[in-house]
Write a protein that binds this ligand. Structure first.
Ligand SMILES: NC(=O)c1ccc[n+]([C@@H]2O[C@H](COP(=O)([O-])OP(=O)(O)OC[C@H]3O[C@@H](n4cnc5c(N)ncnc54)[C@H](OP(=O)(O)O)[C@@H]3O)[C@@H](O)[C@H]2O)c1
Length: 395
């Protein structure tokens, strides 16, 4: 098969031939039809943390099940059946220890770490959802402790006071899924939530509409946005919950300044970069920024940016539950989450590095260049979109 392979010593990434992997116990073999790009895919190919000479890169994928491991022969789970349309994510080169990557014609993965794609969703659209959709859910339901719209019956829980949730970076991939999940949480629990976001003014119209339905929006380029967020909250005096979907440099302190004065401690402030990677100081903040990594849902120990994320069975169980929630509308229902607007790029695996990685760059998201200097229409700056490649498999 063809796969996109990082050679760590030279920091180069190229399409190479590799053997098709064999599913181990509990795993399925997937023919990959579409892949979606994430900032981490470029970050850890330009500055590798992998300890191996070569690694298959890439996180997000969608495809069709080819076969399942022999021990799944008796399983009635639809994800173990050849022909099932599934989506999920792998770690790519984003770890020190050896982990598989998704930018390949075939991959193997635990059957319960993929979700069933309904017929109403193309595999290209589905590939945009898996990693950032799950990360947004982790942020909201395990770090902010908002009631999840799945698992135990949300309506059976005690009534919760109305609250304001603020999403900084509302047009990021994370932000677009987080808004949908906040709305789903409010619907399922009956809790009144006012949703406030910060994004470029050019994205406000999109964000006011379904499925995001923001109540108030500010422009992150307006220097007075933090005061405007405080004023837009219920009671006009600051927010109860916030996600910083950028978590770089001064964004963390600025988002922190939007909290109501009586909010403190854990469980209110979700961030998606660790302090070292994001370049911010969490010390001394009254409301503690709580970081977590999507990788935890894979349920294995991960060597990451100078620290080790231990194997976390609870995080894996949450990932399984979340993907069951996404699977619930298959085969014939409407998607549970709407995908980010997708930019379907020309070419396949061979164009990922020269075009897709070039567009995303390897700098921080907030430092991404406004222009790549390229004139092709598909090389215009990325804004509120997911970069997706089809691997050219006949439907
Ligand atoms: N912890 C985890 O497991 C995890 C998982 C996924 C992602 N992440 C991290 O989370 C961050 C976001 O990832 P993503 O994939 O959601 O990003 P993304 O979709 O690539 O974000 C691009 C968007 O960021 C917006 N943006 C750029 N600078 C901004 C700023 N200073 N303030 C507000 N918005 C700004 C841009 O909006 P405009 O074009 O409108 O300006 C652009 O649309 C990345 O650093 C990523 O590595 C972490």
């Amino acid at each position: 098969m063809k796969a996109l392979v990082l050679t760590t010593a030279t920091r180069t990434t190229a399409v190479e031939d590799l053997p098709i992997p064999t599913p181990a116990a509990g795993e399925i073999l997937v023919r990959v039809h579409a892949i979606a790009l994430n900032p981490v895919d470029t970050l850890y190919t330009s500055k590798p943390i992998a300890a191996q000479p070569q690694r298959v890169v890439g996180t997000d994928f969608a495809g069709v099940v080819v076969e399942a491991a022999a021990n799944l022969a008796a399983s009635s789970d639809a994800r173990t059946k050849p022909g099932a349309r599934v989506s999920g994510f792998l770690q790519g080169a984003c770890s020190v220890n050896d982990r598989p990557g998704a930018f390949a014609e075939y991959l193997v993965i635990s059957y319960d770490l993929v979700w069933l794609v309904p017929e109403s969703l193309s595999l290209e659209d589905a590939s945009a959802i898996s990693m950032c959709g799950l990360t947004a859910a982790q942020g909201l339901f395990t770090r902010l402790d908002l009631p999840a719209p799945f698992g135990s019956d949300p309506k059976s829980r005690p009534a919760l006071a109305p609250a304001t949730v603020f999403i900084y970076g509302a047009s990021t991939s994370l932000g677009l899924y987080a808004a949908q999940l906040v709305r789903a949480s409010a619907r399922a629990s009956g809790r009144h939530i006012r949703l406030v976001g910060a994004a470029s003014a050019s994205k406000h119209q999109l964000l006011r509409q379904e499925p995001y339905s923001y109540d108030a929006l500010v422009d992150y380029r307006d220097p007075s946005w933090p005061e405007k967020v405080r004023a837009a909250a219920l009671g006009g005096n600051g927010v109860q919950y916030a996600l910083d979907c950028i978590s770089e440099g001064e964004t963390v302190a600025k988002v922190h300044s939007t909290f109501a004065d009586d909010v403190e401690g854990d469980g209110h402030f979700g961030v998606f970069r660790a302090p070292a990677g994001g370049g911010y100081q969490p010390q001394g903040l009254r409301v503690k920024p709580v970081y977590g990594a999507a990788w935890e849902a894979l349920g294995v120990e991960v060597g990451y940016n100078g620290f080790v994320l231990p194997a976390n069975p609870e995080a894996r169980a949450f990932g399984v539950t979340f993907y069951n929630y996404l699977s619930a509308s298959a085969p014939s229902g409407a998607p549970v989450l709407q995908p980010n607007p997708v930019r379907l790029m020309p070419g396949g695996l061979e164009r990922v590095v020269p075009d897709g990685f070039e567009l995303l760059g390897s700098l921080q998201v907030s430092a991404r260049s406004a222009t790549s200097g390229r004139t092709e229409t598909w090389m215009r700056p990325v804004s509120g979109e997911k970069i997706v490649y089809s691997l050219g498999v006949a439907p």
